[in-house]
Design a protein around this ligand. Structure first.
Ligand code: MRU
Length: 305
């Protein structure tokens, strides 16, 4: 719970998998129905926005509760392993579908970190970017630094360097201008929760990118596994947006950048309306256009989770 809260482990699919194993580990030490329910509730509450967390915790808790008392922990562990395997396979499928969709893209912009440090396998949006690179069309990636915690600057540049993909880091406020000047062929981001109508919650700043992309006629593409779709949340307006410690805004890497008593807001996510999302790339295929009907059809396919 603490690792998820402090972002030692972060990224929507990865916090789900980490929570699944965390719950299995907890049950190995303290079995029993009450322990399962208590640990699951604490794990679920660690972060509110990415639905993958509740999705994975609910699956592991259900598997444990369905098992005989002395088999709870091993049943939980097996379910955690199944979730990890499914998310790894999903990442590969997303990479392929996304690269097909964006074939020929030379410059992609991305936000936050959506690679192997954020999801099993190669990640989500960054898996698409890595696959475009492997197929040979990609010339460069524009990486938004992603204030306040700098996941783009710290993590995405690290991953792209390891993958040998050429990239340039920019401050978040430079993104709209580069998009408007025609310097970006596509904006590709991940997601933390997709509502039933296709509205997308993702790292704060995503909505502004979608607006800029829409104004410039640049494709705005969201990539994520179906474990990120939440049919129980009808619209983006109903998604709980995590508000984090204001000190993350007042300081950078532990150094103050504003008066200690400056009043701050620190919403960690924002919501992009479905109408601004040109395509949603999932492991089951590409949803385009993105709307309630298309999301419902996708989730009704036999292989949907
Ligand atoms: O607060 P974080 O770092 O967990 O936010 C992560 C994001 O917003 C990612 O874009 C999202 O989880 C998609 S990840 C594969």
């Amino acid at each position: 719970v603490e690792a998820i809260r402090c972002l030692a482990i972060r990224g929507a699919p990865l916090i789900g998998v980490a929570a699944a194993y965390g719950l299995a580990l907890e049950l190995a030490g303290s079995p029993g129905r009450e322990a399962v329910e208590d640990a699951a509730a604490r794990m679920r509450a660690a972060r509110p926005t990415a639905v993958n967390l509740a999705y994975a915790v609910d699956r592991v808790a259900a598997a444990a509760l369905a098992a005989a008392p002395d088999e709870e922990a091993s049943a939980a562990r097996r379910e955690a392993e199944a979730i990890e395997a499914e998310e790894t396979a999903a990442s590969e499928a997303i990479a392929g579908f996304g690269a097909d969709l964006l074939a020929g893209t030379r410059v992609a912009m991305t936000h936050c970190n959506t690679g192997a440090l954020a999801a099993p396998g190669r990640g989500t949006a960054l898996a698409v970017i890595a696959e475009l690179h492997e197929r040979g069309s990609l010339r460069s990636v524009v990486v938004n630094e992603t204030r306040p915690l700098l996941q783009g600057a710290r993590l995405t540049t690290y991953e792209l360097t390891r993958l040998g993909i050429s990239h340039e880091l920019i401050v978040d406020s430079a993104a709209a201008g580069l998009i408007a000047r025609g310097e970006v062929d596509a904006v590709v981001v991940g997601c933390d929760r997709v509502a039933a109508n296709g509205d997308v919650a993702n790292k704060v700043g995503t909505y502004g990118l979608a607006l800029a992309a829409s104004a410039a006629g640049v494709p705005f593409v969201v990539a994520g596994p179906t474990s990120t779709i939440d049919l129980a949340t009808p619209t983006g307006g109903r998604i709980a947006i995590e508000e984090r410690d204001p000190d993350e805004v007042r300081s950078m890497r532990g150094k103050p950048i504003a008066p200690a008593d400056a009043a701050c807001r620190n919403p960690a996510f924002d919501v992009t309306p479905a109408a601004l999302v040109n395509a949603l790339v999932t492991e089951l295929g590409v949803v385009r256009p993105v709307g309630a009907e298309q999301i419902r059809d996708l989730c009704a396919t036999p292989s949907a989770r």
